[in-house]
Design a protein around this ligand. Sequence first.
Ligand code: URA
Length: 444
Amino acid sequence: MSEPIRFVDIIEKKKQGSRLTESEIRYWIRGVTDKSIPDYQTAALLMAIRFQKLANDEIVLLTQSMQDSGITLDLSSLDGPTADKHSTGGVGDKLSFLVGPLAAACGVPVPMLSGRGLGHTGGTLDKLESIPGYRTDLSSERFLAIVREVGISIIGQTGELAPADKTLYALRDVTATVDSIPLIVSSILSKKLAAGPDALVFDVKTGDGAFLPDREAGRELAKRLVEVSAKAGKRSAALITDMNVPLGAMVGNALEIAESARVLRGEPGGDMLDASFGLAEQTLLLTDRAKDAADAARQVRDALDSGRALEVFGRMIEAHGGDPAVLEDESKLPQARCRRVVKATKAGTVTKLPARAIGLLSMRLGAGRETVDDRVDPGAGIELRKKPGDAVSKGEDLAVLYAENEDRLDRGERDILSIYTIEDKSFKRGPSVLETVLSETGTE
Ligand code: URA
């Protein structure tokens, strides 16, 4: 008869840098799920993993065990292959509202599960809920029916998918173990595998406003995400995109919906469009709906230019109980009670506009949450009228702030003037898509 597993031995083993076996990883995650392993022991193992890391095989086993802690969606009724996009989070990141409709308009079914914003980053669900009537809490049956009818549905991450991740994430949050690439990979992928799409496209942000600011760490995360996805039988690709500067001009919930609609209506998309096109093209390539990169680019461009992506987004909003008229008429979106135009105090070129500081300011204006229970103000946020590389004269509009009262705007005005760097020199911004990482089963 084999000896019973002692959890302290598993912690010791990882502390020494040895590999954990499948039965040890499964024992741990079962114990996390049924609460038979105390939090202090799990916290110790998380810290050991933070320092000793996990090999890809261990990450696959951890991911599968976490996936098995809850239900798995059955997407077989969809006309697959299906694809989902995941972003590691940023400021002004409204790419889901562009990539999702673009991919769906090209025939890729997109069952998308999204989260809420916390800290300096916004959340897709908060943005969608700023649309009057839009519901993010639909049943899985209704979710699948909308994907079948419209091509895309975006709902909230349900607690039934990978519940072990919820417990582990809460513990990581309070034990300084969030910044562990193996733990991030297993956390993201356990939920994505439980949701069941055939292909995954990752938008890994790098830079000051990203979850992992360091470029090398972003690259490592992107590589691990595609490698572990491949081992789990999923095709995937990751784009590493710049998050040193907020994406687009709008930061805030309703403001970002308005900006997405403008881009889908054909207004210039700047840095948002490059990344959205890159991600949407990958969904076509990974699901074999394009014969090569040029074909994918042509199809995605046509989905935008023909207005089909805008139409798909409108139909999705309607199917979720929301008012699709917001896409043509921004005044139907919630408006902040107060608004202030901030003028430049000197002339020059904008050379820096750090994304993290803008995200935190947007949160203080009411658009984001400091703690999970905070309420968000759907109309609050920032409109950036100048971005790095833009010339500005003294007294010209720099930004517009939106909030529920003048107090917040007074503080916000002081803050934003100190966030912008304006210098007497020329400055050119780099590209928004920095690198592409493809899985062995992916297609270039
Ligand atoms: N997002 C997740 O879902 N999990 C992490 O660990 C980090 C980001």
